[in-house]
Design a protein around this ligand. Structure first.
Ligand SMILES: [Zn+2]
Length: 77
């Protein structure tokens, strides 16, 4: 939806971009580096106004590189 501007489920073209609220403990990817040491990555959500379908994207290229580099230490909340 981010790239096509169209919902893959219902073909609606009204797509809402929802930026992450940093500090929210839900909607985030955590990388555990050690005891109480974490990196947090916050995906951007895209919501279809037609059916409610949601996509999530790690848009920031440096965040994406960090996630890939630490893929063995990932978990989501
Ligand atoms: Zn839809």
């Amino acid at each position: 939806m981010k790239n096509t501007q169209k919902c893959p489920k219902c073909a609606c073209k009204k797509i809402l971009r929802i930026p992450p609220f940093k500090g929210d403990n839900h909607n985030m990817i955590m990388i555990k580096l050690g005891w109480l040491k974490f990196i947090r990555v916050y995906p951007v959500r895209y919501l279809c106004e037609g059916c409610g379908y949601i996509e999530e994207w790690v848009e920031d290229k440096s965040d994406l590189a960090t996630v890939i580099k630490n893929k063995s230490k990932l978990f989501g909340l």
